[in-house]
Each structure stands twice: as structure tokens, then as C-alpha cells.
Ligand binder design. Structure first.
Ligand code: PMP
Length: 346
């Protein structure tokens, strides 16, 4: 492992080994010690760098990928950015089918990183031919020499975190972690990390974060896919309208659901209290900690690790835009005044 005071061969050398940073204020009213695994320190600014690099290198090892080939993926943005970054360094073409729910910033970033982007409607079922899953599948069939990463149904997604995120957290906490709190989208992060950590200490509690409007929590509790749970929500990258095989439900102890509004305010609050500019799902994960803390989940000597998956800059036109917050009706309630820190001098 290289350290930051050395010279790196290229940006991919900086994937992983992200810092674990103590949360000093935001959870101070709860018992326990709280730490954030801040994944925005990856060169592509999210945890998805880990799976992009790992899955592509596995395909290279198996001889499936050779320079000049095309890599295809469905993504809410972060995985696409990471695959595009890895593709540039390694000499692949990158084609991405993304949801129309993704922010304009994210789509522009993918294009900046050389990817060809297909924007697909967000609120259609997964088997609709217009869904980003079906579009990616079709493109893969049509393009010779293409590889479909398929992060929701690729067990290498779990493996990537089992081999990196899990061991890093174990080492960084010197084996003292008692709780892991992580968002579940594909489920790769929480499943791989939890699998490694529980092999070291089966007593570690693993708590997944899900969105209202997603089927994941109910499936975990009942093993039933309940379509009635599905309705549109705004958080990107969290929860799902299908059951991903990249989620290992057996290593997760329970799920907590969070709202769009509270998660958005929490993302803003993390910046103001801890000086960490992290994304919407980091707000969701912290909101889950708040809900758990209020229910008395944590004890004095507990060491709680929360994963902050990406950087706040990806949400400037959403959570960190007062205009957007207002449009969602998120400033109606007690939480925060719209123009809190701004004074216009006329
Ligand atoms: N947060 C963000 C911003 C994401 O893009 C994702 C991935 N969809 C997640 C959290 C969840 O990570 P995972 O897919 O590994 O469950």
C-alpha cells in the first residue's frame, strides 16, 4: 500500500484505504463512539471506485477484457463515474445507461469522463424495455466484445468490499467495531464489509439503511417481494424496486428506513457540524443513526462505524440547493430556514 507522500503511477493507485474519521459533534447526545468511513476520499469521490477497479481487474485476469473493448453498466451515477475513470486509464470504451432521476451534474460528469450516456425513465418497472437494466442488456447483446458489469447481480461487487472495505475498517478500529451502519443499494458495500467483519467477530451488529418506497427492508424481514412497498422517492443510490443478488441478506441484522426530507436535512447538517461535505446517502445513513440512537440502540463503549458513500459536490443542484429543497417542500417544516446563512446586501 502506498502512502500519500509518495508518487503514484496513476489515479487508480489511490482507490481504497479511505480514512476513518471520528464524528465529534453530530452524534454527541448518544452513547457510544461514532466514526465515519469517508469514501469521498477515493479518486472518483465514492465507494464505487472499489468495485469498478476490482471487477474490471478480475475480468482482465480471466481474459474477458482486452484494451479497446467496451464496458457497459447501469448506474445512478457513481458506479458510472468510477468505471469511466478506470476505463480511461486502462483503455476501454465506457457506455452507461442511467436513470432520469440522476442529477444533471452527475450526467455531465460522466460525459466529462469520456462515457457515452443513455438516460432512461426512472419510474418504470425493472422489466420494462425502457428501464436502464433492459437498455444495458440490449446494448450488451448488440455490441460485440462488450462486458456488462451488472453491479446488482454480480457477486464480485460483494467480493470487492469483502477484500477491501471490511479489512480496512477492522484494522482502523483495531478490531473494536461493534456496529456497522451502511446504506443498501446494490447491497455490495454492506454485504461484503459485513461478511468480513462478522468472520472476525460474529457479535458485530450490521444495520442496513433503506428508503421509504423501496422493497429491501420488507424482503429482509419476510423474504417476500412486496410490490405494494414501491413508490417514487428522491434519494439516489439507496433502496430498490427489485431484490439484488449482490445483497447477502443473511449478514445484515436489520434495516432502518429513512425519509427523503430528513436525510436531506441531515446531509446539510453533517457539513455544518463536522465540516464534511458528503452526499445524500451519507445524510440517510446519519439519519438512521439518529433514529437508532433515539431508540437507545447504542451503549457507552460501543464503536459505531457509518459509511459515507460519496461527496457532496455531486448534489449541488439537489440537496445543497435551497431552491430544490424549497421545491420539494422540505423547508416547510421546523427543520431549517431557506436562506439561513445568506444575507443579501442591497
Ligand atoms: N450511496 C450512493 C450515493 C450510491 O451511489 C450507492 C450505490 N448505488 C450506495 C450508497 C449504496 O451502495 P451499494 O450499492 O454498495 O449498496
Amino acid at each position: 500500500m502506498k502512502h500519500r507522500n509518495q508518487v503514484f503511477d496513476n489515479v487508480l493507485d489511490l482507490v481504497g484505504n479511505t480514512p476513518l474519521i471520528k464524528l465529534n459533534k453530530i452524534a454527541s447526545k448518544f452513547k457510544g463512539n461514532f466514526f465515519a468511513k469517508v469514501e469521498s476520499f477515493n479518486p472518483g469521490h465514492s465507494s464505487k471506485d472499489r468495485i469498478a477497479l476490482y471487477i474490471i481487474e478480475q475480468a482482465e485476469k480471466k481474459g474477458i477484457l482486452t484494451p479497446g473493448d467496451t464496458i457497459i453498466e447501469t448506474t445512478s451515477g457513481n458506479t458510472g463515474f468510477s468505471i469511466a475513470m478506470v476505463s480511461i486509464i486502462k483503455g476501454y470504451d465506457c457506455v452507461l445507461a442511467v436513470s432520469s432521476k440522476s442529477s444533471a451534474d452527475k450526467i455531465d460528469m460522466l460525459k466529462t469522463m469520456g462515457a457515452k450516456v443513455y438516460v432512461c425513465p426512472a419510474h418504470v418497472s425493472a422489466d420494462d424495455p425502457r428501464s436502464y437494466y433492459q437498455v444495458a442488456k440490449r446494448l450488451h447483446e448488440e455490441m460485440k466484445g462488450s462486458v456488462y458489469i451488472n453491479q446488482y447481480f454480480n457477486e464480485l461487487n460483494i467480493d470487492a468490499h469483502y477484500k477491501s472495505t471490511g479489512p480496512e475498517i477492522w484494522k482502523q478500529t483495531e478490531g473494536k467495531i461493534t456496529h456497522l451502519v451502511a446504506c443498501s443499494g446494490t447491497g455490495g458495500t454492506i454485504s461484503g464489509t459485513a461478511k468480513y467483519l462478522k468472520e472476525q467477530n460474529p457479535k458485530i451488529k450490521v444495520i442496513g439503511v433503506d428508503a421509504f418506497g423501496s422493497v429491501i427492508k420488507k424482503y429482509h424481514e419476510t423474504r417476500e417481494f412486496d410490490e405494494k412497498e414501491i413508490y417514487p422517492y428522491r434519494i439516489e443510490g439507496l433502496g430498490k424496486n427489485l431484490i439484488p443478488s449482490a445483497t447477502d441478506f443473511d449478514v445484515i441484522d436489520k434495516f432502518v428506513k429513512v425519509t427523503d426530507e430528513e436525510s436531506a436535512h441531515m446531509a446539510r447538517y453533517i457539513a455544518k457540524t463536522e465540516g464534511m461535505f458528503v452526499g445524500y446517502t451519507s445524510g440517510a445513513a446519519m439519519q438512521a443513526i439518529k433514529q437508532l440512537g433515539e431508540l437507545g440502540e447504542f451503549n457507552e463503549n460501543d464503536n459505531i462505524v457509518v459509511i459515507f458513500p460519496d461527496h457532496g459536490s455531486r448534489y449541488m443542484s439537489k440537496v445543497f440547493s435551497d431552491k430544490w429543497m424549497n421545491e420539494q417542500g422540505f423547508f416547510d417544516s421546523k427543520n431549517e430556514a431557506a436562506a439561513q446563512n445568506i444575507q443579501y446586501i442591497k
